[in-house]
Design a protein around this ligand. Structure first.
Ligand code: 4NP
Length: 162
């Protein structure tokens, strides 16, 4: 199983949205028994909570399931448990790299979500917890997740078209 962990600050807005959207795309392509997704946060304010109501409302409208998603902290062991650790912004990436220390992993590639969309020239997925704009986050998340899936298919599944 190839596994992806999305990481943001609170694990209630951006990374659970990415988890749900990515899983939905994986399922649409019939790859759910080959690619798994999860999400986690670097901050502990919302542990055990479901996604933020803004993320839930958007996913409900689109018919995308977020069943079972609950906030948890990113932990050092995640470095050995996931193939792709995708950080929603630069601060998340810095915090994750600090948590993992100077170890290298046989397994994980740590990347920043917006590096999947280099043409956007934006470093970070904006945080809707502060902006209130869940739509703009969804636009980026949907496109970036598609790009990630293409990348996984070509890097790991030897399938260039999905
Ligand atoms: P997220 O947004 O990192 O996209 O889940 C946030 C959620 C909660 C907080 C900050 C950002 N907070 O400070 O509680």
């Amino acid at each position: 199983m190839i596994s992806v962990l999305f990481v943001c600050l609170g694990n209630i807005c951006r990374s659970p949205m990415a988890e749900a959207v990515f899983r939905h795309q994986v399922k649409e392509r019939g790859l759910e028994d080959r690619i798994a997704a999860d999400s986690a946060g670097t901050g502990d304010w919302h542990l055990g909570k479901p996604p933020h109501e803004g993320t839930r409302a958007l996913l409900d409208r689109l018919g995308i399931s977020y069943e079972g998603i609950r906030a948890r902290l990113v932990r050092p062991a995640d470095f050995e448990s996931y193939d792709y650790i995708v950080c929603m912004d630069s601060a998340n990436e810095r915090d994750v790299r600090r948590l993992f220390g100077c170890r290298s992993s046989e397994r994980a590639q740590v990347l920043k979500f917006m590096d999947l969309l280099p043409e956007k020239k934006t470093a970070d997925v904006p945080d809707p917890y502060y902006t209130g704009n869940f739509e703009e986050v969804y636009e980026l998340v949907d496109e970036g997740c598609g790009r990630l899936l293409e990348r996984i298919c070509s890097e790991r599944l030897n399938e260039s078209r999905v």
